[in-house]
Design a protein around this ligand. Structure first.
Ligand code: PEP
Ligand code: MN
Length: 337
């Protein structure tokens, strides 16, 4: 349930209510909005407990949250959450673009890509160092060496960096190098990993699982939020369907659904969502038109030589074109890239 405090509630009243809830055995999460404070209380409620809390000074009313996710629900936080990564803000008027190769391959490759995407207007650099490959014989990533190269390229271009963490035991290492953790689609329901990044104080990009419903995805976000990390950005990256023309089916209706049910920012990955670079531009435009709070796109200086995901990677020239097109759409829907 959530306890909605009166506009005029004092800090002392808010604290007393939080203490009382804790004494009742609730897990308490405060959301301080511009208008008023809302207290999320998770635990077993009884009519007596509700009555007593309702009678406390400063309390306006108590609202149950009917969805299984609580902290991710719109009711908990009426204003949209904004997540800052370097100069990029997800969840505001801006539509930040994250770009870079699928995997960090060499110092030259990552630096060349970083310079190109920065010049075209990307505000966050991506690059995998731990790659979740379907085959154990495929390129698995450069691990710590890749993290170093990514961070160096980020520093050289002034871009913050996001990279995937696949295993709870790598969190500390990735924490040292990355500005944002990426949880990959295949790990969306790796609950020990979710709990661990929930304990970290760093933004998390949570990709939707290959066969996850929107509700399961929001429940995965709930794991991170309930562990104390409120900086979560969701990412729609396509789901498994019967269609084989595209690598996945990009579910843009999920953007509308997330915006309906949650306060968390949601971005779109048209690269994994389609698997074909030619489809990335139209889907990037559509994503922004649908209300996406950002994009994440794979870019490689020589896609035909890429060690992973070459067919869906944009050349720097095509990326620059995409940025131009996306800028026009953003302007048309009252946002900016
Ligand atoms: C990636 O971003 O390179 C990636 C592996 O994405 P996903 O987890 O969505 O497949
Ligand atoms: Mn990839």
């Amino acid at each position: 349930m959530i306890v909605i405090m009166e506009r005029e509630a004092t800090a002392a009243q808010i604290e007393k209510v939080a203490e009382r809830l804790q004494a009742f055995g609730f897990q308490v999460h405060l959301s301080r909005g511009v208008e008023r404070t809302v207290i999320g209380a998770i635990g077993d409620k009884t009519p007596e407990k509700i009555e007593q809390i309702e009678a406390m000074p400063g309390v306006e009313r108590i609202v149950p949250i009917l969805q299984p996710y609580k902290l991710a629900a719109k009711e908990f936080r009426p204003e949209r959450t904004q997540v800052r990564v370097g100069n990029a803000v997800f969840g505001g008027d801006e539509v930040p673009v994250i770009a870079g190769p699928c995997a960090v391959e060499s110092p030259e490759q990552i630096l060349e890509t970083a310079r190109a995407v920065k010049a075209a207007g990307a505000t966050v650099l991506r690059g995998g160092a731990f790659k979740p490959r379907t085959s154990p014989y495929s390129f698995q990533g450069l691990a710590e060496e890749g993290l170093k190269l990514l961070k160096e390229a980020g520093r050289a271009t002034g871009l913050p960096v996001v990279t995937e963490v696949m295993n709870p035991r790598d969190i500390e290492l990735v924490h040292e190098y990355a500005d944002m953790f990426q949880i990959g689609a295949r790990n969306m329901q790796n609950f020990s990993l979710l709990k661990e990044v929930g304990r970290a104080r760093k933004p998390v990009l949570l990709k939707r699982g290959l066969s996850a419903t929107v509700q399961e995805w929001l429940m995965a976000a709930e794991y991170i939020l309930s562990a104390g990390n409120s900086q979560v950005v969701l990412c729609e990256r396509g789901i498994r369907t019967f269609e084989t023309e595209t690598r996945n089916t990009l579910d843009l209706s999920a953007v509308a659904a997330v915006r309906e049910h949650s306060h968390l920012p949601v971005i779109v990955d048209p690269s994994h969502g389609t698997g074909k670079w030619k489809y990335v531009l139209p889907m990037a435009r559509a994503a922004v038109a649908a209300g996406a709070d950002g994009l994440i796109v794979e870019v490689h200086p020589r896609p035909e030589q890429a060690l992973s995901d070459g067919p869906q990677s944009l050349t720097p020239e095509n990326f620059a074109r995409m940025m131009e097109e996306v800028r026009a759409v953003a302007t048309a829907v009252g946002r900016r890239v």
